[in-house]
Design a protein around this ligand. Sequence first.
Ligand code: DI6
Ligand code: FE
Length: 403
Amino acid sequence: MRCDRLWTGARIATLAKHPGEVGVAVIDNGVIAASDGRILHVGPASEAPALDAVETIACDDRLVTPGLIDPHTHIVHAGDRALEFEQRLTGVSYEEIARAGGGIVSTMRATRAASEAELVASALPRVDALIAEGVTTIEVKSGYGLTTADELKMLRAARALGEARPLRIATSFLGAHALPPEFQGNADAYIRIVCEEMIPAVAAKGLADAVDAFCEGIGFTAAQTEAVFAAARTHSLPVKLHAEQLSNLHGAALAAKFGALSADHLEHLDDAGIAAMARAGTVATLLPGAYYFTRETKAPPIAGLRAAGVPIALATDCNPGTSPLTSLLLAMNMGATLFRLTVSECLAGVTREAARALGLLGETGTLEAGKSCDLAIWDVESPAELVYRMGFNPLHARVWKGR
Ligand code: DI6
Ligand code: FE
């Protein structure tokens, strides 16, 4: 079999799902063959067909995993909230800061004032931090523009990141993230604009791969979220939801009713929500960075999710307010330390299940013939090392689409 590139001597964690498997299966002395950016063959050298490669790369027994996937970020935004963080450390409350024009509205103002090029430029260092850890796919949300023009600008900036760097970008339209000040006291009117103006515009331009919303006391009600989902359905866009982060508005069950790709956060998820997600195959995307940064104490119901067989993904939630995190490796460590996820769940959470949460499992997330050749090659012996260290990056090489 002829191929463009052949990786040999690899210890391969394909992350392909084998029922009943405990822990991460690792193939010793494995090979991966790729052509035109796609995996042709993966498996032990002893079982490989004869492979005639243009270029051969020796992995010297390094661990090879699928390229990592960050399935929930707000990585496109202008400005930061470091001063607000500093104030909060001295005892100023979130409400006081919000009343003084801070909080999410300050990020909205900065994002509205920024050009598309400025948004790209400010996001790239954060994107590069993820790339340096072997990330090959990033989900990026809008939600700090909150006008049609500014939401479209954010989504164009998100798409542009995928032109500026070798990586796959999945975009989510999050117009229902926060109520812009000009609609104060009139949330239903804003939601009508989201449904009747923004979603049609975003869909017409093909700028969103999914539609998201923030269903929360400080966000939007379940009824408003349902209106957004109905508009998304009209335009054949899949949905996902920020659900049950600070309270239980039964958003996860609502999302499941619309066949959502994922429900995210989920600290306050109840048994009915778990059952609905399991039935719909909705992924639970957990965001331990936000849990850590906001000093939340109620962890998501991991045992219940596990028992129901709900797939679990992990993400950074990279955003300036509640999770200024640009390390997916640290998110894995936090998933283990804060939520007691296993090594296998953490690794699957940033590969296979993260791909599932983006509707991209047919394309990436595991190492299997036919998929995009997205690899992370690590200077470690065991998958546990990727989860165990804090603030150390053992990436040796990163491959996206075979290069
Ligand atoms: N949940 C969050 O934690 C962030 N957005 C969301 O829907 C907060 C975003 C911010 O404070 O800027
Ligand atoms: Fe978020």
